[in-house]
Design a protein around this ligand. Structure first.
Ligand code: ACO
Length: 228
């Protein structure tokens, strides 16, 4: 079992309030909190917890295929974050070879209109979204329960993913990490920008069942020198 135990990167008042007595809280604001975050792989034992977490976090309902494929994927592509034994966040990724990426693009672009946000206005859909002969890592979901946000847990989950991209044999040949952010989700957009991601284009009418229906294609390039 691969379990990574990490401390909070910085003091996290909202979580501390729910775990500590008031005098402990006052002390902890000047010291590194002792509450650990544990990152666990996805297993058949904790997958029901992930189902409940995702239904709380995301407006999109993930079907059974999502969870079956997640369990079948290399363990490094998923991590569940626990605080004091409580599941508070998770990240789930999918490796896409160039053909799979083309297919997922064409599925999404049946309904969606792609609007370039940069100088790539005359490029094809593939050009705008960075499609190439390289494989990609798609961050399907990354979320943290609201009371535990702004404590660095989202960053820990994302750093796990970026470390995998840079160091795991499962990520050999990956040239880009990407995801979709619903338009209006400014917290998520600023979070990914802070980690070096850029917005490549806007997909209009990407979502069928939720509003706003548009999303942004947000991406980070992986080069031989690292991430950019
Ligand atoms: N005290 C105060 N602020 C802090 C602390 C701290 N101890 N630690 C981090 N922060 C700040 C960071 O500077 C950061 O600011 P920024 O995003 O403006 O740059 C902010 O808190 C968030 O950083 P983290 O704490 O690392 O991330 P968090 O755990 O809050 O998770 C996330 C961010 C995942 C976007 C969260 O808001 C969330 O779950 N949202 C709902 C689900 C969602 O929208 N997911 C993303 C879109 S879908 C997808 O990714 C595929």
């Amino acid at each position: 079992m691969h379990v990574l135990v990490l401390g909070f990167p910085r003091a996290c008042p909202r979580v501390l309030e729910s775990h500590l007595l008031m005098d402990e809280l006052v002390q902890s604001q000047t010291a590194t909190p002792s509450l650990p975050v544990e990152l666990h792989p996805l297993t058949s034992q904790n997958i029901d917890g992930l189902r409940r977490l995702n239904s709380t976090l995301f407006p999109v309902a993930y079907n059974e295929r999502f969870y079956v494929e997640a369990l079948g994927a290399p363990q490094v592509f998923h991590r569940l974050a626990y605080v004091s034994g409580v599941l508070v966040g998770a990240v789930c990724c999918r490796r896409e070879n160039p053909l799979q990426h083309e297919l997922s693009l064409s599925e999404s672009s049946i309904a969606a209109t792609v609007v370039a946000l940069d100088s790539a206005r005359n490029q094809s859909l593939g050009g705008r979204t960075g499609t190439s002969r390289q494989s990609k890592l798609y961050i399907m979901t990354l979320g943290v329960l609201a009371p535990y946000r702004e404590c660095g847990i989202g960053s820990l989950l994302l750093k796990h993913v970026l470390n995998v991209v840079l160091g795991s044999p499962h990520a050999d040949g990956i040239g880009e990490v990407y995801l979709h952010v619903q338009v209006g989700n400014d917290d998520a957009l600023s979070f990914y920008r802070r980690h070096g991601f850029v917005t490549k284009c806007r997909l209009e009418n990407y979502y069928r069942k939720i509003r706003p229906a548009d999303c942004l294609y947000v991406s980070l390039s992986v080069t031989t020198n690292g991430l950019r």
